[in-house]
Design a protein around this ligand. Structure first.
Ligand code: DQA
Length: 146
């Protein structure tokens, strides 16, 4: 299966930004470990990051033709973006939402995610391991009934 792993705004600063919340691994480190796990799981991943809402919408639309599942950390757009929600609603495959931090333990404006209205699963507070957990879930969803 083909999996697009999409990352939203400020995640390019992972490892440098608020390490007490998000850890010291960089996004390149996360991509590398996801590539290794994906290989073991027989998945082909495309690992992407953008600070721009329109770019994330365009990638989600492209996934309709080019991916079997989406893993997305929409970052701050989780809490604001009806456009990203609508794009995901037009995608038919599994969608897993990842947050590195436990958004439910943080400011109340982070407790609601528009993306969760579409996500088949949500992982929060597991650090960057959340991406690996999401890959394992996608592997299951693409090979069996779940
Ligand atoms: C985040 C949580 C969001 O609230 C925040 O805006 C982020 C990262 C996370 O991975 O924990 O940028 O999605």
């Amino acid at each position: 299966g083909r999996v697009d792993i999409l990352n939203g705004p400020n995640l390019n600063l992972l490892g440098k930004r608020e390490p007490h919340l998000y850890g010291s691994e960089t996004l390149a480190d996360v991509e590398k470990s996801c590539q290794a796990l994906a290989g073991e799981l027989g998945l082909a991943i495309r690992f992407l990051q953008s600070n721009a809402e329109h770019q994330l919408v365009d990638w989600i639309q492209r996934a309709r033709e080019e991916a079997d599942a989406i893993i997305i950390n929409p970052a701050a757009y989780s809490h604001t973006s009806v456009a990203i929600l609508d794009a995901l609603k037009a995608f038919d495959g599994p969608v897993i939402e990842v947050h590195i931090s436990n958004i439910h333990q943080r400011e109340s404006f982070r407790h609601h995610s528009y993306v969760s209205l579409r996500a088949d699963g949500v992982i929060a507070g597991c650090g960057t391991q959340g991406y690996h957990l999401a890959l394992m879930r996608v592997a299951r969803l693409l090979t069996s009934a779940g």
